[in-house]
Write a protein that binds this ligand. Structure first.
Ligand code: ZN
Length: 408
């Protein structure tokens, strides 16, 4: 991909994604083989006003070695320097930029139990720092291709061709082309989100009913003080940023403990570097009580049993089948993209910002209003071409989705 267009994209990440403020620090998370794009992006971060850019490099083959050679105790220990860094993050409130490019199968063969136990052990130590920065800083996730990822998406092409084709697809999905003004396109895109959210929020639905011929038959109650979000968000200090590039979703958090019925997945789920395919989950009193998967069932079980909240839902997201990502026909094996192809839900943590007036509430108060809590937040796709979603209020039904598309 041409350097000029890569720079245009890097600029979009720095200015529209993270919206770096003058003098702000940045923490960039990127894979070690992406040093060329990292160089362009760091340059754009400084041009946007960053005072310092810290980089966290990672590389799946080394992550694999860590899991193979280190003891569970060693993996589970949060080192003092790590905590110092987390502490610094709560003081500096940096922009965090995540540039993903992992091989969806890159952690195949890693001991899943060791991985799960590591996460469980580290979570309580890291969580207070995460809570301390929630909604106070800008963060954004964007993606660039790697050869391994591109080959997974386009196995029939050569390594080089697949790589270029994935670049094209990513840039199209984030509205960057050689001739356009991506910042203006994102402004229009965000206006669109605002209009749909305003309509949904005005409806004040009590519950949503999902139905599809594939077996999805599901009801979710909404928090009485819940709200729908989509597109850009504001930090508590009023900085507008876009957490996901791309994004097509409008979402809310359901009321904790109040979902019933069965959801059937419509796309494979890539979780912890491995795939879960053709699965369904049945909920009772808000909790997953049974599930099955044609592929990756034990991994699905690990995910759902990670902690108490992992068996409950944290997100309901609405995306029409006629979305640019779905229309591309590409399966990315990466949630950042695939979640924008169709309606989905997420197991695990909900969003405080989906509570009205969350700005003045504590984390505990948001949880008390029905936001689920968990160490995981994993989206899976349930959108189908015949999906219908009906909203109910005082016994009155309003069609929200019909045949996989917006009905309003
Ligand atoms: Zn989502």
């Amino acid at each position: 991909m041409k350097k000029t267009i890569q720079r245009k994209y890097a600029k979009l990440i720095a200015r529209v994604g993270a919206n770096i403020q003058k003098g702000q620090t940045v923490r960039l998370f990127i894979n070690a083989d992406q040093y060329e794009f990292a160089t362009i992006l760091v340059d754009e971060c400084y041009k946007a006003g960053a005072s310092r850019v810290d980089i966290d490099w990672s590389w799946q083959p080394i992550t694999k070695l860590d899991y193979r050679y280190r003891t569970l105790k060693s993996l589970s220990t949060v080192q003092k320097w790590e905590e110092d860094r987390l502490q610094l993050m709560t003081e500096e409130l940096p922009c965090r930029i995540f540039v993903i490019s992992d091989d969806p199968d890159g952690l195949k063969g890693v001991n899943q139990t060791k991985m799960q136990k590591t996460r469980i052990a580290r979570y309580p130590i890291i969580k207070p720092y995460r809570d301390a920065i929630d909604n106070k800083h800008q963060w954004t996730i964007a993606a660039i291709p790697s050869f391994a990822w591109a080959k997974k998406v386009f196995p029939e092409l050569s390594k080089r061709q697949a790589y270029e084709k994935l670049w094209d697809a990513i840039l199209k999905s984030v509205r960057v082309s050689e001739t356009n003004d991506p910042e203006a396109e994102w402004a229009a895109h965000n206006d669109n989100f605002k209009a749909r959210c305003a309509w949904l929020n005005a409806q004040k639905f009590e519950r949503l009913e999902y139905k599809s011929a594939n077996g999805t038959d599901f009801t979710a109650w909404l928090m009485p003080e819940g709200r729908w979000c989509g597109g850009g968000e504001y930090t508590l200090s009023g900085v507008y940023y876009n957490p996901n590039l791309p994004t097509e979703e409008i979402f809310t958090s359901p009321a904790k403990g109040r979902v019933e019925g069965t959801l059937v997945s419509t796309k494979p789920l890539s979780y912890e570097g491995q795939l879960i395919e053709n699965f369904s989950i049945t909920f009772k009193d808000g909790k997953a009580v049974s599930w099955k998967a044609e592929k990756g069932e034990s991994l699905l079980t690990k995910m759902i049993t990670m902690d108490e909240g992992a068996a409950m839902l944290g997100e309901l997201a609405l995306i029409p089948c006629n979305s640019p990502i779905n229309n591309s026909g590409i399966l990315y094996y990466e949630t950042l993209f695939d979640e924008n192809a169709s309606c989905h839900v997420a197991l695990g943590a909900g969003f405080n910002e989906c509570v009205d007036g969350f700005e003045t509430l504590t984390n505990e108060e948001c949880k008390a209003k029905g936001v689920n809590e968990s160490m995981i937040h994993v989206d899976f796709m349930i959108g189908a071409p015949d999906l219908s979603i009906t909203g109910y209020k005082n016994g009155k039904a309003v069609q929200i989705f019909e045949n996989g598309e917006w009905a309003f």
